[in-house]
Design a protein around this ligand. Structure first.
Ligand code: ADP
Ligand code: MG
Length: 439
C-alpha cells in the first residue's frame, strides 16, 4: 500500500512539473502571437510623416481619433519609436525612454516582447513598433490553470484510492476467509467451510480447495484402511506361528505332531513372507510409476513361455491349459517382467480354482489386443467379480488378496483395462485389453 502511494506521489510530481513547463511554453507562444497580431494593426496606421513628427502624438488632434480606436483593439503595452530611439507614441504615460533600452537588452525575462521594424516603400528603416506585456500577467494566468489541474488531479487520485480500497476489500475478505479455513481444517473430522459466493475466480478457488480436501480425506481414509488390513493380514499367520511354536516348547504336541506343527510354522512363514513381498511390491508400483521398462515384445510368445512354466503344476493337478490365438504375432511395447507378473497371478489363481481346464485366448484388432483367461472352477460368488481387484480382498482359499490389485495397477500403467466376469457355463473369467503400442 505504501509503495502504491509513493508511486502515485512521484507520478503526481512529474505530471505537475511537465504540465507546468508545457503550459508556460504554450502561454508564452500564444502571448507572442497575440502581440504580433496587434503589431499588424499598428503598422497599418504608421507612415513616414508619422515618424518624422516632432511633437508628441497625444497632443495632435488629427491623428488622435485613429489611435483612440486602435487602443480599444490593442490591449498590450506598446511603444512606437523612430530610428533615433525617440518615442513617437506610447500606450501609457508611465513608459519612458529607458524602456527601449531595457527591451533591446538580452535579458527579457520580465517581459514578453514583439518588435517589428517599419520600413518605407524603398526599404529604408523608418522606426520600430515594440509591443510588450509583463511576464507577471501571463504567470498569473498560468498559475490559475496549473492550480485547477492540480486540484482536479488530487480529487481524481482520492476518488481512485477510495475505489481501489473498496475493490481490494472485496477481494481480500473472501481470501482471508479461505485462509482461515485452510489453516483450521482437519482431515480427521468433518469440517464446515465458510461459504464463498463471490461468483468469480475466488469462488472457483474455494470449490477447488474443497475438492482437494475431499480427495485428501479419501486418501487418508484409504491409507488408514490399508494399515488396518495389512496389520490384520500379518497378525493372523504370526499368531498361528506363535501358537504352534509355544505348543512345541511346552510339550503340548509330541511325536509326529511336532513335525506337523513345524510344517505349519514353515507354511505360515512362507505365506507371511509372500504377503509382505506383495505389499512392498504394490507400494513400490504405486509410489514410483516411472519405474517401467517398456520394450518391444511378442505377447503370444511371452504368454506361451509362462504357460510352459505352469505345465508341471497343471499336470499334477490334472488341469489342461489351452491356448487359443489366431496369429503367432502380437507385437507391442510392454514391461515384460511386470506383464508376466499379471498373467502369472491370474493363471495361478485359476489353477487354484479350476476343475479340469483353463483357457487362454488372445486376439487383436484395430490397435487393441485382448487376453481372456477362463477356468471351469467355482467362479465368483454374488457380486464378487467387482471386488476382486480391491486391496486385501480375498475369497475362499484366498492368499494375500493383493495379486489382482497389483495386476490392475500394472495393466492401467500400460494404458489398458482389466475386468473379471462369470464364465459360461461355470467358472471365472478375466479380460485384459491393451493398446498395441509400437514405439
Ligand atoms: N479364477 C478365480 N476363480 C474364483 N475366484 C477367484 C479367481 N481368481 C481370483 N479370485 C478371487 O479373487 C480374490 C483375490 O485374488 P488375488 O488378488 O489374486 O488374491 P489372492 O490370490 O492372494 O487371494 C481371491 O482370493 C479369490 O477370492
Ligand atoms: Mg493371487
Amino acid at each position: 500500500m505504501v509503495s502504491y502511494l509513493a508511486v502515485l506521489f512521484v507520478m503526481f510530481i512529474i505530471f505537475m512539473f511537465l504540465s507546468n513547463v508545457l503550459i508556460h511554453r504554450y502561454i508564452q507562444r500564444e502571448a507572442r502571437d497575440g502581440l504580433k497580431q496587434q503589431s499588424e494593426y499598428l503598422k497599418k496606421v504608421v507612415n513616414e510623416s508619422f515618424f518624422n513628427r516632432r511633437k508628441d502624438l497625444k497632443n495632435n488632434p488629427e491623428l488622435a481619433p485613429n489611435f483612440r480606436i486602435l487602443s480599444r483593439i490593442i490591449n498590450a503595452d506598446f511603444i512606437i519609436y523612430n530610428k533615433d530611439n525617440r518615442i513617437i507614441l506610447k500606450s501609457s504615460k508611465d513608459i519612458d525612454q529607458q524602456i527601449i533600452y531595457l527591451m533591446s537588452q538580452e535579458d527579457k525575462s520580465e517581459y514578453i516582447t514583439y518588435k517589428e521594424t517599419v520600413t518605407s516603400s524603398n526599404g529604408d528603416i523608418m522606426g520600430y513598433i515594440l509591443l510588450f506585456t509583463k511576464l507577471k500577467n501571463v504567470q498569473a494566468f498560468q498559475q490559475s490553470i496549473v492550480g485547477t489541474i492540480m486540484i482536479s488531479m488530487i480529487v481524481a487520485i482520492l476518488v481512485a484510492l477510495l475505489f481501489s480500497y473498496f475493490i481490494q476489500r472485496s477481494i481480500t475478505n473472501p481470501i482471508k476467509k479461505l485462509k482461515k479455513d485452510m489453516s483450521s481444517i482437519s482431515l480427521d473430522e468433518d469440517y464446515t467451510f465458510n461459504p464463498i459466493t463471490t461468483g468469480d475466480e475466488i469462488e472457483d478457488l474455494y470449490h477447488g480447495f474443497k475438492n482437494m480436501v475431499n480427495r485428501l480425506k479419501l486418501n487418508v481414509d484409504e491409507r488408514r484402511r490399508f494399515f488396518q488390513n495389512a496389520s490384520h493380514e500379518l497378525k493372523t499367520p504370526l499368531m498361528s506361528i506363535q501358537g504352534y511354536a509355544e505348543a512345541i516348547r511346552d510339550g503340548v504336541v509330541d511325536g509326529y505332531e511336532v513335525d506337523d506343527s513345524l510344517d505349519i510354522i514353515i507354511h505360515q512363514s512362507k505365506r507371511l513372507k509372500m504377503t509382505v513381498d506383495d505389499i512392498l511390491y504394490l507400494t513400490k508400483l504405486e509410489n514410483t510409476p516411472e519405474n517401467y521398462n517398456f520394450e518391444t515384445a511378442n505377447i503370444v510368445v511371452t504368454i506361451k513361455k509362462i504357460v510352459k512354466e505352469f505345465n508341471k503344476i497343471a499336470q499334477d493337478k490334472q488341469i489342461n491349459i489351452e491356448l487359443i490365438h489366431s496369429s503367432e504375432k502380437i507385437i507391442s511395447q510392454i514391461d515384460v517382467e511386470k506383464f508376466r507378473g499379471v498373467i502369472t497371478n491370474i493363471i495361478s489363481n485359476a489353477l487354484r480354482y479350476a476343475e479340469h481346464k483353463i483357457t487362454i485366448a488372445m486376439s487383436s484388432d484395430e490397435g487393441m489386443y485382448a487376453i481372456h483367461i477362463t477356468d471351469d472352477g467355482v467362479g465368483f460368488s454374488f457380486n464378487e467379480e467387482n471386488k476382486v481387484f480391491e486391496r486385501f480382498y480375498k475369497g475362499k482359499n484366498g492368499n494375500s488378496g493383493i495379486g489382482l490389485t497389483i495386476a490392475k495397477t500394472i495393466v492401467q500403467e500400460h494404458g489398458g483395462t482389466i475386468r473379471a466376469y462369470q464364465n459360461q457355463p461355470k467358472g471365472a473369467g478375466f479380460e485384459i485389453k491393451l493398446p498395441v503400442k509400437l514405439s
